[in-house]
Write a protein that binds this ligand. Structure first.
Ligand SMILES: Cc1cc2nc3c(=O)[nH]c(=O)nc-3n(C[C@H](O)[C@H](O)[C@H](O)COP(=O)(O)OP(=O)(O)OC[C@H]3O[C@@H](n4cnc5c(N)ncnc54)[C@H](O)[C@@H]3O)c2cc1C
Length: 490
């Protein structure tokens, strides 16, 4: 047994540490890995406590072995796949909700707590948390650390994170937010010193292993309602979304193009094939009787206030050329989509892991995902349809939603990947080739920035003094660059 193995087995019992190739194979790929390009780690460990993580980080720091933190592994950009051997730190057994504090409005959770687990626990107390449209099996904390994330709660408070506990190679255990002081607690992001929670957000495991954190939770109010409005033009929908968020009429709103609405129906069904209607050559025009797209808004609060908000939203939509879809009409047009949008945005509880159709696996979500200012989002849509006509195979579709009080939009143009292993590999290779250049072009043309870091190492060098400062911080926090080096940020 080599020294590293001996050290790992002295910290972890044999059922929570492994170098068995059959087990490691399960950690060697995610949906962004090209078929045939899997890379296995040398070890996987499953810590249960912060102390175990501290020992692990010390061992790795001493031995200069890469550590790859993972909470639930559902990311779609190879972010928790080790590319240099090393040790995957699988935090799924740290899955406890340590506190739900409705008085101060936060929950203290471990990284293995899933979105489904947290939102179900909160629902019993008539509270809810930020929910992205990610799978219910994703870690709430890992998702929130990958900003921008959630779309519920856009009205009040777009950033879900408060305080974090992080184990770093260079500085040991660091607590941020109000938790940096003993006996103050986990309720706040800011105290009298600079904010360090934000440093760890979007660090993708490259600065340390997060062992717990507090996140914002919200009162559900008296009632909630999902308001559906169809639009024939995306520019109208974008203006509608901006106005209803800016005027605080909706808590969150998302626009889904017709292909995505058909896709919603499929995710709730047992169907495993893409229907003919979604494979047509002209992907921009919807099939007869189907609107170009639907904006789904979540309204909540006092019943009488919600009623007024709904009337106002419908009036704004009509003025812009949209049409309100009442329940009956929405069910007629898209029965599955109606159920999906109401279940998710209405009940606020995510579909349980495993309840979705496997069809979702083909959705290549790491497509063109960017954030862009409101005035450019419709121009970006037009640009992407043109590009898609030239470069993609049907089906492809998009969604967009306003973040941060509609200061910017998240725009996701995605493709569906199907066919044999070779066909999928060739198509994904082609897409990857386009996206690298595309992200640069979109920045120059539309001021659009890539959503989540996608392993383009030169990006930090575009950022001037910001990049220099970040590299200095990295040196102090992780002097030997052992934390998730395959992310290629540093
Ligand atoms: C079908 C589908 C739909 C999706 N839709 C959305 C969406 O609408 N919105 C959205 O935001 N996301 C979406 N995603 C992405 C996905 O939700 C997120 O990637 C996921 O929430 C991350 O959680 P995770 O537990 O799976 O993280 P992981 O995959 O385990 O890790 C993600 C990153 O965080 C780091 N990390 C994980 N745990 C720790 C830790 N304890 N300490 C330090 N670093 C850590 C990892 O190193 C990695 O870089 C979707 C994914 C799928 C598969």
């Amino acid at each position: 047994m080599n020294e590293l193995k001996r050290a790992l087995f002295s910290v972890f019992p044999s059922d929570r540490v492994s170098d068995d190739p059959a087990i490691l194979a399960g950690y060697s790929a995610d949906s962004a890995t090209l078929p045939g390009s899997a890379t296995a780690p040398s070890y996987v460990v499953l810590p249960k406590t912060t102390d175990e993580i501290v020992h692990l980080v010390q061992i790795a720091h001493r031995s200069r072995i890469p550590l790859v933190p993972m909470s639930r592994g559902s990311n779609i950009a190879g972010m928790s796949v080790s590319v240099q051997g090393g040790i995957v730190v699988d935090c799924r057994m740290m899955n406890h909700i340590l506190e739900i504090n409705t008085e101060s409005g936060y929950a203290l959770i471990e990284p293995g707590v899933t979105l489904h687990q947290l939102s179900s626990a909160l629902q019993k107390k008539r509270f809810f948390c930020h929910l992205p449209t990610a799978t219910g099996g994703s870690s709430a904390l890992a998702n929130y650390m990958m900003r921008p994330s959630g779309n519920f709660s856009a009205r009040w408070d777009p950033d879900p994170l408060l305080s974090l506990e992080v184990v770093t190679p260079g500085q040991g255990v660091v607590r941020t937010g109000s938790a940096c002081f003993e006996n103050v607690g986990w309720r706040a992001r800011y105290q009298c010193l600079p904010d360090l929670t934000g440093l760890f957000a979007n660090s993708f495991g490259t600065l340390g292993v997060v062992s717990k954190g507090s996140v914002k939770i919200f009162d559900r109010g008296e009632t909630d309602k999902v308001l559906l409005v169809s639009f024939d033009e995306f520019s109208q929908a974008a203006e509608y979304m901006k106005l209803i968020v800016r005027r605080q009429l909706a808590e969150s709103v998302t626009f889904w193009s017709w292909g995505w609405n058909l896709f919603h129906e499929m995710t709730l069904s047992k169907e495993t094939r893409i229907p003919e209607a979604m494979l047509k050559e002209d992907q921009k025009s919807p099939p007869p009787g189907v609107p170009f797209g639907i904006a789904s808004a979540r309204l909540s609060g006092y019943e009488d206030v919600v009623q007024v908000q709904e009337e106002r939203c419908i009036r704004i939509a009509n003025e812009l050329g949209g049409e309100h879809l009442d329940d009956q009409k929405a069910r007629e047009i898209h029965p599955g989509c109606y159920n999906y949008l109401n279940g998710y945005f209405g009940k606020g509880v995510h579909i349980k892991p495993g309840e979705e159709s496997q069809i979702r696996a083909g959705l290549h979500l790491s497509g063109c995902l960017v954030t862009v200012q409101p005035e450019n989002v419709a121009k970006l849509e037009a640009y992407m349809w043109d590009l898609a006509r030239r470069e993609f195979e049907p089906p492809y579709f998009f969604r967009a939603l306003p973040y941060s009080h509609a200061r910017e939009f998240f725009f996701a143009f995605v493709v569906y990947v199907q066919g044999s292993l070779e066909e999928r590999r060739d198509y994904l290779t082609h897409i990857k080739g386009i996206y690298h250049q595309l992200y640069t072009d979109l920045r120059n043309k539309f001021g659009a920035v890539m959503f989540r870091f996608r392993k383009y190492p030169e990006f930090l060098s575009y950022t001037g003094g910001y990049g220099d400062l970040l590299k200095d911080i990295k040196k102090s926090v992780d002097p030997h660059n052992i934390m998730n080096p395959g992310m290629l940020i540093f």
